[in-house]
Design a protein around this ligand. Structure first.
Ligand code: SF4
Length: 159
């Protein structure tokens, strides 16, 4: 799963993309609209500035804006920049490859073989969506089904 920090970061970037070309966006606007704790957002925005994704201006009229046009930022690139990888396991990462403790030989590991397919499918999807693209919201009923305590789960499959 994406970490809380990664989710905040994506929401902050989406907010800045929504206001691209309108001048500096005050931190408090991003924090209020996106429901991100201001202190945490300050850290996130300085990291984004270090990555070259965000510029800022201090002062009363100050704020933050995207350093790159939202049409030139894909969700794939954004996630690779802020999380290091799209892979669910480090040995399936193209750019941040690592092995875990007590590793099997990679060519004999079915977990890795499967996660390589997950990584490729994820990259294919996320590299095709840009920060400027509209994203259709998930229907409420789907969320309710997923969160409902009586909804089928993996435990039901075993029953
Ligand atoms: S055990 Fe499998 S999944 Fe874990 S690091 Fe080794 S190859 Fe990757």
């Amino acid at each position: 799963m994406l970490s809380q920090k990664t989710r905040y970061t994506i929401r902050a970037m989406q907010h800045l993309a929504d206001h691209y070309g309108e001048g500096p966006v005050p931190l408090v606007d991003i924090a209020d609209t996106q429901n991100i704790p201001a202190k945490f957002l300050t850290v996130i925005l300085s990291e984004l500035a270090r990555f070259g994704l965000v510029d800022s201006q201090r002062g009363r009229e100050g704020g933050y804006w995207l350093a790159i046009a939202p049409i030139d930022i894909t969700y794939g690139d954004l996630l690779r920049t802020i999380s290091g990888s799209l892979a669910l396991v480090p040995c399936a990462s193209r750019f941040a490859h690592e092995t875990c403790k007590n590793c099997l030989p990679e060519t004999e590991c079915r977990v890795r073989a499967l996660m390589l397919q997950v990584r490729d499918a994820t990259a294919q999807l996320l590299d095709g969506v840009r920060l400027s693209d509209p994203i259709a919201l998930a229907p409420a009923s789907e969320d309710e089904t997923m969160m409902h305590p009586d909804s089928p789960s993996s435990l039901d499959i075993e029953a």
